[in-house]
Write a protein that binds this ligand. Sequence first.
Ligand SMILES: NC(=O)C1=CN([C@@H]2O[C@H](COP(=O)(O)OP(=O)(O)OC[C@H]3O[C@@H](n4cnc5c(N)ncnc54)[C@H](O)[C@@H]3O)[C@@H](O)[C@H]2O)C=CC1
Ligand SMILES: O=C(O)C(=O)[C@H](O)COP(=O)(O)O
Length: 377
Amino acid sequence: MKILADENMASLDPLFADLGEVRRLPGRAIGPQDLQDVDALLVRSVTKVTPELLAAAPALKFVGTATIGTDHLAIEALEQRGIRWTNAPGCNADAVGEYVLQALLILAVKTCKPLAGQTIGLVGLGNTGSAVQKRLSALGIEVLRCDPPKQRSGAAGPWFSLAQLIERCDVISLHVPLITDGDDPTLALLDEARLGMLKSNAWLVNACRGEVVDNDALIRVKARRPDLRLALDVWEGEPRPKAALVELADIATAHIAGYSVEGKIRGSQMLHQALVQGRCPTPEMATLLGDNALPPRQLEAELDDADLLALIRSVYDLAEEDGLFRAALPDGFDKRRQANLARREFSALPVVPATSKQAKMLANLGFTVEEKNEHGI
Ligand SMILES: NC(=O)C1=CN([C@@H]2O[C@H](COP(=O)(O)OP(=O)(O)OC[C@H]3O[C@@H](n4cnc5c(N)ncnc54)[C@H](O)[C@@H]3O)[C@@H](O)[C@H]2O)C=CC1
Ligand SMILES: O=C(O)C(=O)[C@H](O)COP(=O)(O)O
């Protein structure tokens, strides 16, 4: 079998080398010239799998994207050709949950407003939105949820409309796929009118797709509403986000909310499973990850937002990444993405809690909770 894969996918060798010949290319460079004799194509979000690309791939039988989003795949064309395809639902949802929690803590500390005092609204309650909700509820923070498709499917509420979230929430975090048609389109879901109605001093987080927020409208609204706070991981026109919007954002990163070593490996494992369809076992996470946990941390009894932020920063430092991202522009968007491939999830940090209540909270946040050892740590 001839496999063509994005060179930045995790665990390519241990997962796919036994299945055939694996050729690696930079994702953005994969084009019709590369696909003539390819049986299986493994991509990330940066490769647009268009009808034109598929037309140049007569032997193609399988397309896998190691991502949650599918907006870069021409699904109708794949299905018309009978090409099996898969994405990797939920693979990096924990990484997104951790990114958003850290972004909110940064804004809480910066604005001197305890996170627990904010009314937080989540738009989209699938894998990533739920990962954010889980972490906030670990801190005792309830959220208002907006997800019309889920609401219509009868999922347990309460549910709120987007207009209600905008009216009531101090914080809105977006977790929807990019959808351009149908009953619930999300393209420019936050347009100029809705952005203009955000509450005074509201925080807006976008870690789903840049096009879900009208970026030009956001520039105009933020320019006249300096009270708004923005945490933006995704942008219209990636890898060339609008410089004016980057400048206006409080936190800006290069579409890396879902980047974690664990999330990347999970994505590759899911593609392996879909490709082999049970013909051989998929290697376990522990084998692919290796034994490389961080040194344990002993915690104080009381943890305020700043303490929790410091703990989280010892795993991954979003404020530092924000600075590196800004310094890398205008050309370095993909360089920052590459540089984030080694980020670990909270579970890589063993923590020794001071109280049993804290132990429960830290476990629910995703940390590996350890008992005290004989040295008190
Ligand atoms: N920045 C990053 O690194 C990452 C970005 N993403 C993006 O986040 C998106 C969401 O990911 P998941 O939560 O895992 O997807 P998911 O498919 O599990 O959940 C999406 C949810 O959005 C809801 N939804 C659809 N249209 C809606 C609308 N108009 N209003 C409110 N809710 C709506 C759906 O009913 C569903 O519950 C992905 O499609 C991808 O584009 C995902 C992972 C990483
Ligand atoms: O999973 C998704 O959807 C994402 O947006 C990914 O986190 C983007 O990752 P890459 O496509 O850059 O691997």
